[in-house]
Design a protein around this ligand. Structure first.
Ligand code: AHR
Length: 504
């Protein structure tokens, strides 16, 4: 027996245009994300700048629109100028955030080069931990300055005549977290964010700023933090950040874990409500958008699982190298649908991270690069999920998680392609036992034609990909059904799927 479900997709019911930056990612100076991740001068595929081309190819295939850099916790102790200029003059630093050695062989000079090659924009974070407004404005001037002033000239002297033109800037990172270097209270941070933001926009009025929201939904200060920092800095900021990681080991059951996207949805709606409350209180016409700039599956209980993590002051440590299972990919697929379905409010989102550190791409020092399970839903959402997200209504069975979230068995999103010639349905079946027959009712489109079905499925929820064996990979089959206004599609138990339909 299969479960029965129905989805109504009306042409005029829309969530909004998906900002391409919804499919952003993140590279931090952490573990092997930079060194032996994107950069390894002795690697057989390294280009003239030391960038691994095998990794670049995998990143380019994802069409990552923007990458947040250089942290993360790392940024709160970072001296950006240490990573500029002649490499032989750069200092070796102690990174207090991760207790490792930072050789400063890669900094913004190199990263902007890598970003060009990866065909991606940079979302730059400034240090509001050990540093403050003056240093933040200096960095904006270094990157974006186009007149003959000290930091713009410093960039030119380093070989870059043209400004890097970085548009999106994060005002620090997770400043509410006690672990953060120079952690602050909400009002301390709100004041600094306002003043730093003011100076940064005086240097370049075209930039857009992200203020730090809570480090996650479970922080004791969640809600009051957002309220306070927005009250302080509303006039200067454009986005507020959300961060959230989920892990199977924090959940009582697989069903609870697979249902975490419902939690993500409530988190987004909660932060949007706080933004709107501050807007109303301030009688402001400006809407603050959301930047979900760290999201993924991450089992923090395995953080210290690597012996190296306990041994401080090493370089290129194998830390946070989570190996993703098939069930992790299922949740990632649902999280992507949740982000799409909230595209009216979430304008930036960054899968954290991109290479080696809790990442879809893994590398071996001197060896292969390969795709983790979570690469696939990210790839399909990023490549095909561009255009307009439709407000489709799903009618299906729901279950309740042990912590009280109601989860539809079918987690789905619908995207009308930019050219308005195709519709993509992204749909996970979260039932561990039963397949689902999903009837799609297309309204006001005329007849439409099924084209293909891509499925990510594995009987073993714990299956993983390794450098030598890709146990979890998608299959795509052509669909041969006739043109109609209604189509029934099959979703296998615990599977993630993408269906393509052609508008006639
Ligand atoms: O992405 C790993 C870490 O998680 C980041 O450095 C930090 O911002 C978050 O706590």
């Amino acid at each position: 027996m299969s479960k029965q479900a129905k989805m109504i997709i009306h042409k005029e019911y829309k969530k909004g245009i998906i900002d391409p930056k919804l499919y952003g990612s993140f590279i931090e100076h952490l573990g092997r994300a930079v060194y032996t991740g994107i950069y390894e001068p002795n690697h057989p595929t390294a280009d003239e700048n030391g960038f691994r081309q095998d990794v670049l190819e995998l990143v380019k295939a994802l069409k990552v629109p923007a990458v947040r850099y250089p942290g993360g916790n790392f940024v709160s102790g970072y001296r950006w100028e240490d990573g500029t200029g002649d490499k032989k003059d750069r200092p070796v630093s102690a990174d207090l955030a991760w207790h490792t050695i930072e050789p400063n062989e890669v900094g913004i000079d190199e990263f902007q080069d890598w970003a060009k090659k990866a065909e991606t924009d940079i979302i730059m974070a400034v240090n509001l931990g050990t540093r403050g407004p003056e240093d933040a404005r200096n960095l904006v001037e270094y990157c974006n300055g186009n007149i003959k002033t000290q930091y713009a000239e410093m960039r030119r002297k380093n070989g870059f005549d043209e400004p890097f033109s970085i548009k999106y800037w994060c005002l620090g990172n997770e400043m509410d977290g006690h672990w953060q270097i120079c952690h602050k209270t909400a009002s301390e941070y709100g004041r600094v964010a306002l003043e730093a933001g003011k100076l940064m926009k005086m240097i370049d009025p075209n930039i857009e700023l992200v203020i730090c929201g809570s480090s996650n939904y479970n922080m004791d200060t969640f809600g009051t933090w957002e309220w306070t920092v927005l009250n302080e800095a509303y006039s200067v900021v454009d986005y507020i950040s959300l961060h959230q990681y989920y892990s199977r080991s924090d959940c009582k059951s697989t069903e609870d874990f697979l249902g975490r996207a419902s939690h993500m949805d409530s988190f987004i709606k909660g932060v949007a409500a706080i933004c709107d409350a501050v807007q109303a209180k301030k009688h402001s016409k400006k809407k603050i958008h959301l930047s979900f700039d760290e999201w993924n599956v991450w089992d923090m209980s395995r953080w210290g699982g690597d012996a190296e993590a306990d041994e401080p002051w090493r370089e290129k440590t194998h830390i946070l190298e989570q190996i993703y299972t098939f069930e992790d990919a299922l949740l990632v697929g649902s999280m992507l649908s949740t982000l799409q379905n909230n595209c009216d409010r979430v304008k930036i989102a960054c899968m954290a991270q991109l290479v080696n550190v809790i990442a879809p791409i893994m590398t071996e020092d001197g060896g292969k690069a390969w795709k983790q399970t979570i690469y696939y839903p990210y790839y399909f959402a990023s490549v095909y999920g561009r255009g307009e997200c439709l407000d489709a209504k799903v009618f299906c069975d729901i279950y309740r998680t042990s912590d009280g979230y109601n989860v539809p068995y079918v987690c789905a999103s619908v995207v009308l392609a930019e050219e308005k010639d195709k519709i993509y349905i992204f749909a996970s079946n979260l039932s561990l036992e039963e397949d689902t027959e999903l009837t799609l009712c297309f309204e006001d489109f005329g007849e439409i034609t099924p084209v293909s079905k891509t499925e990510l499925y594995c009987e073993d929820l714990k299956a993983v990909n390794t450098k030598d064996c890709e146990a979890v990979s998608p299959t795509t089959v052509a669909l041969s059904g006739r043109s109609d206004t209604s189509h029934t599609i099959s979703l296998r138990k615990h599977s993630w799927n993408m269906f393509e339909f052609k508008l006639n």
